[in-house]
Write a protein that binds this ligand. Structure first.
Ligand code: AMP
Ligand code: TRP
Length: 331
């Protein structure tokens, strides 16, 4: 069985972009692949966090993984810091990543270009840690949204470099980017991706938003003055984004079919239909979320997941350290 690995960094509440671009894909892959899905809490602290809030977001993230359908019997689900090998291999990867490569990472560059002050060293080196997160498990595929593609490519470059230098240490993974929904845009500004850093809070639908709020956000989503429901991301980014949301939440329904259904009808009708689809999905997730929180199963899931992950990560770290010549005993 081919192996797949991915992580989510819950620096805020999970949103519809995370769900469509990543989480829902993890769920659909778990039967066909050996799935490893972790919560990237080391990555969370690359930007300042309020401790109480971080703790809540981490807890919610696990609950939402499960609520969205990840099954701990099929997938290995764990918290990054429960497998300390990530940080240690992360440091080793950092020593094999060039500053020139890190300088090219658009996520960091964008923050710098936005004039954000006091960016941390951790944020700068985070792609090296991400490389460790991946390579320590030898996955075949890494399912992520579009914004993470560059990081997976860097991972491949560093793995190839190290394999070349030390002998075959790592499998070279492939990014797996969904055809539809890899980049869900903000509802209030469809030129930006839907993101938890949306300060107005109008462009981002959180998985735990109450249904009325979610519906309102969709009904006031920015569209255009053309008045036709047509998939044309260039000229109609707002409408196309809503179509992507609708399509991905209804089993990748073809855009042509959606265009046909709403031909000659106004945006109001269309938005109501999108809101219906989104709210039905949120309602299902939220009901499961509550059951999971009430069941108290989260601790067990994380403990078992970490044990399984550790049994894969520890020998790999050992192998790498030996190959580099860092270990002097035979243990
Ligand atoms: P993050 O919350 O930034 O750790 O992202 C977790 C996963 O969600 C990654 O695979 C991202 O690529 C994906 N993701 C984040 N934002 C979006 C978005 N607006 N559209 C699609 N995928 C996204
Ligand atoms: N950097 C990813 C994000 O921000 C989260 C992440 C960390 C990840 N480690 C990973 C994703 C390894 C895939 C594989 O979305």
């Amino acid at each position: 069985m081919k192996r797949m690995l991915s992580g989510i960094k819950p620096t805020g509440q999970l949103h519809l972009g995370n769900y469509i671009g990543a989480l829902s894909k993890f769920v659909s892959y778990q039967d066909e692949y050996e799935m490893i899905a972790f919560i990237a809490n080391l990555h969370c602290i690359t930007v300042p966090q309020d401790p109480q809030e971080l703790k809540k977001n981490l807890h919610d993230c696990v609950a939402l993984y499960l609520a969205c359908g990840l099954d701990p019997k099929k997938a290995t689900i764990f918290l990054q810091t429960d497998v300390k090998e990530h940080a240690q291999l992360g440091y080793i990867m950092c020593c094999h990543t060039y500053m020139g490569e890190l300088n090219r990472m658009t996520q960091f560059k964008d923050k710098q270009a936005n004039g954000e002050k006091n960016l941390s060293g951790g944020l700068y080196t985070y792609p090296a840690l991400m490389a460790a997160d991946i390579l320590i498990y030898d996955p075949d595929y890494v399912p992520v949204g579009e914004d993470q593609k560059q990081h997976v490519e860097l991972t491949r470059d560093v793995a190839i470099r190290m394999n070349h230098r030390y002998g075959n240490l790592f499998k070279i993974p492939e990014p797996l980017i969904p055809k539809v929904g890899a980049r869900i845009m903000s509802l209030s500004d469809p030129s930006k991706k839907m993101s938890k850093s949306d300060l107005t809070n109008k462009g981002c639908i959180y998985l735990l938003d109450d249904l009325k709020t979610a519906r309102k956000k969709i009904m006031s989503a920015k569209t255009d003055s053309l008045g036709i429901v047509k998939y044309d991301p260039e000229n109609q980014p707002g409408v196309s984004n809503l179509m992507q949301i609708m399509s991905s939440l209804s089993g990748n329904r073809p855009m042509a079919e959606i265009e046909q259904e709403f031909a000659g009808r106004g945006y109001g009708d269309f938005k109501r239909a999108v809101a219906d689809v989104v709210c039905a999905e949120l309602e299902k997730i939220q009901a499961r979320y509550q059951e999971i929180v009430d069941s108290g199963m989260i601790d067990d899931v994380l403990r078992e997941g970490a044990e399984k992950a550790r049994s894969m990560a520890a020998p790999k770290l050992d192998l790498v350290q030996k190959a580099i010549g860092m270990e002097i005993t035979a243990h």
